[in-house]
Ligand binder design. Structure first.
Ligand SMILES: C[S@@+](CC[C@H](N)C(=O)[O-])C[C@H]1O[C@@H](n2cnc3c(N)ncnc32)[C@H](O)[C@@H]1O
Length: 295
């Protein structure tokens, strides 16, 4: 997943085309597990909206919105007088976000297929912006943050959510290392651009926000345990929607891939408790503001 971005121009295009294709495939699986995802991320999502300063009547930009779970939370917050633009690279997942917004009756939600590094929105046209578990997939997250900065009005707020470092996200680390081993690929630097944990290095995301021109940058680490009935529920989620893992295992034949899934299951069993299965995660919520006098 990371090797293709070494050549700056064609590498980035190839990387993004592959990312789009992966999420087009994983879109239905992600949306099928949205109730579990929503429960897992509910508190961090509420915190993200609050830290971005989302208020009734606001115009809010949702970047890498997926099938729109956090879009619906934002839509509720801004109310009927507000507006939410949910954007994502994957046309398949944007179609699901549109269906979900319609199903829940949120006429204030608009959806658009857009690369987060080139949103194509009008300058200074949003009061606030959010990006939940998306920015780490960008090959150039600084450019993604510059786009959000451009889209915000002076004084507008933003909050992003990404995974923190590997030790704090052991399930992601197990999935990735097991998949790579079975695919015969070398271990990867988790902090290389575009990977699941790429923005988890302490201080990294704050530095990017500052380079993008933001003021009042502050990152808060939040524990977000993924509670599920059993390890098999977690694996069902991963098998249908964890696009980076699926991409690595896509190199294997069916029997080889099954061997990888069996080893992942054995290792993930370590998180089985008397109350079910509890996968630890740590998320970084980074809030910032566009300078009031910025143009
Ligand atoms: C883990 S999902 C998160 C979706 C949603 N925000 C949520 O939390 O439910 C990551 C999303 O990032 C999107 N994505 C990846 N690279 C992107 C890019 N360069 N621009 C916009 N979206 C991107 C994927 O298509 C996918 O929908």
């Amino acid at each position: 997943m990371n090797s293709s971005i070494e050549d700056p121009i064609s590498g980035t295009q190839t990387f993004k085309a592959s990312m789009r294709a992966q999420w087009d495939i994983a879109a239905a699986g992600w949306d099928a597990h949205i109730a579990d995802i929503s429960a897992w991320l509910r508190k961090p999502t509420d915190a993200m909206c609050c830290m971005a300063g989302v208020r009734a009547g606001d115009r809010v930009l949702d970047v890498a919105a997926g099938s729109g779970d956090q879009t619906l939370v934002v839509a509720q917050e801004v109310g009927a007088q507000g507006y939410v633009l949910a954007t994502d690279l994957s046309p398949a997942i944007v179609a699901l976000a549109r269906d979900n917004a319609t199903r829940f009756g949120f006429a204030q939600v608009e959806t658009r297929v857009a690369d987060g590094e080139d949103l194509g929105v009008r300058e200074a046209s949003f009061d606030a912006a959010v990006c939940r578990l998306g920015l780490m997939f960008f090959p150039d997250p600084l450019q993604g943050l510059r786009e959000i900065h451009r889209a915000l009005r002076p004084g507008g707020g933003v909050c992003t959510m990404v995974f923190s470092r590997p030790e704090k996200n052991p399930c992601v680390t197990i999935l990735m290392s097991t998949a790579l081993k079975h695919a015969g690929l070398p271990a990867r630097d988790p902090f290389l651009p575009g990977g699941l944990l790429s923005l988890g290095q302490p201080g990294r995301i704050d530095a990017l926000f500052r380079s993008a021109g933001f003021d009042d940058v502050a990152t808060t680490a939040l524990d977000a345990v993924f509670h599920l009935p059993t390890v098999d529920h977690y694996l069902a989620f991963v098998r249908s929607s964890a696009s980076p893992i699926l991409q690595i295992l896509g190199r294997l034949d069916a029997a080889e891939a099954e061997a990888a899934w069996r080893e992942m299951r054995e290792r993930l069993m370590a998180f089985t408790t008397r109350d079910g299965w509890e996968g630890p995660n740590e998320l970084l919520l980074t809030a910032a503001r566009k300078h009031k006098e910025a143009t």
